[in-house]
Design a protein around this ligand. Structure first.
Ligand code: DX5
Ligand code: ZN
Length: 222
């Protein structure tokens, strides 16, 4: 399983996003764009105009995590702005419709799952999506602590994907760093979102991403 790193620009300086993207690009397999609507989560971040600006600046895959109560009204705007894939939360309902809309628009289809949402709430969709995003913190803010209690759900998700021979990526998001990425990798994750550990430590962002990749790779191989 190939480890992929998805730096979250949430922890970058929004007044210097282009430099942040350039700094991390050598070690980024995709860019994770955290969209928060002030309803689904108690925080507000960015939307399609910023995706459009990123699209002009980089060829990196733009992975948009829509922490929104009503993402359906914005999917087309994200697609037009240059998003490659979007993830909607399963907790808001209407999942079949949202998956259909994303497919029709030509977006890669992601389904995001909060830490306390059980497997039964999303397992049935695994055959219809490209990526399942298992939150390892409650969404809303960067810099929170990794929740190891999500690992049994992650293991079950990976086991089911393997059993069914599906090509679904398993993304983890929240508190991922050199210590926690191996834990998630061993449980079956292959895409690692990291914000604070890449943009918030004062280290060179590409070097920080590289360290996470090396740590996760070692756990996959183990
Ligand atoms: C949290 C966001 C995450 C966040 C992760 O609501 O979905 O993508 O940026 O940040 P860290 O890596 O700092 O936990
Ligand atoms: Zn995210």
């Amino acid at each position: 399983m190939a480890v992929r790193i998805a730096p979250s620009i949430l922890s970058a300086d929004f007044a210097a996003l282009a430099q942040a993207v350039d700094a991390v690009a050598p070690e980024a397999d995709m860019l994770h764009v955290d969209v928060m609507d002030g309803h689904f989560v108690p925080n507000l971040t960015i939307g399609p105009p910023v995706v459009r600006s990123l699209r002009k600046h980089t060829d990196l895959y733009l992975d948009c995590h829509l922490m929104m109560t009503n993402p359906g009204s914005y999917l087309e705007a994200f697609k037009k702005a240059g998003a490659d894939g979007c993830s909607v939360h399963v907790e808001i309902g209407g999942t079949a419709d949202l998956i259909g809309q994303m497919r029709d628009l030509g977006l890669d289809v992601g389904l995001a799952v909060n830490p306390d949402t059980p497997y039964e709430a999303y397992g049935r969709w695994l055959g219809d999506i490209d990526l399942v995003l298992l939150m390892t913190v409650f969404p809303g803010f960067g810099g929170q602590q990794f929740m190891a209690e999500v690992m049994p759900k992650l293991e079950r998700t990976r086991a089911e994907i393997t059993r069914r021979g599906l090509a679904v990526a398993v993304q983890v998001d929240g508190g991922i760093d050199v210590a926690t990425a191996p834990v998630a990798a061993a449980a079956g994750a292959d895409v690692f979102v990291a914000g604070n550990a890449i943009f918030g430590t004062g280290l060179d962002p590409a070097a920080a991403a590289r360290r996470i990749r090396v740590a996760a790779d070692a756990a996959v191989a183990a």
